[in-house]
Unconditional design. Structure first.
Length: 94
């Protein structure tokens, strides 16, 4: 069994397709690739570290839920999409 959660996907669309199919390892890969950058962005925007951790969890939960919706299409880079979700999560905290 492999300890490294990062599975290789050719692009964001392949990552979304795997998540849509219920592949939790795709979500873990996405988290491993993007969570630290999103967390840093949230802290730069004024979120405390403990709050940023909650916002990250909510962001990836929203991602998982959104990709399960019929007709979901990722029309931008994954990092951009996650930042957009995180931004709205941050606004809810204000």
């Amino acid at each position: 069994m492999e300890n490294n959660p990062v599975k290789r996907y050719r692009n964001d669309q392949e990552l979304v397709a795997a998540m849509r199919a219920g592949d939790e390892s795709a979500l873990k890969t996405c988290y491993a690739l993007y969570a630290q950058g999103i967390r840093s962005w949230l802290i730069k925007k004024g979120a405390r570290l403990d709050i940023s951790m909650d916002l990250i969890q909510n962001t990836f939960l929203a991602l998982w839920q959104n990709v399960q919706k019929p007709g979901f299409i990722l029309t931008c880079k994954m990092r951009t999409y996650l930042t957009h979700i995180a931004y709205h999560q941050l606004l809810k905290c204000l």
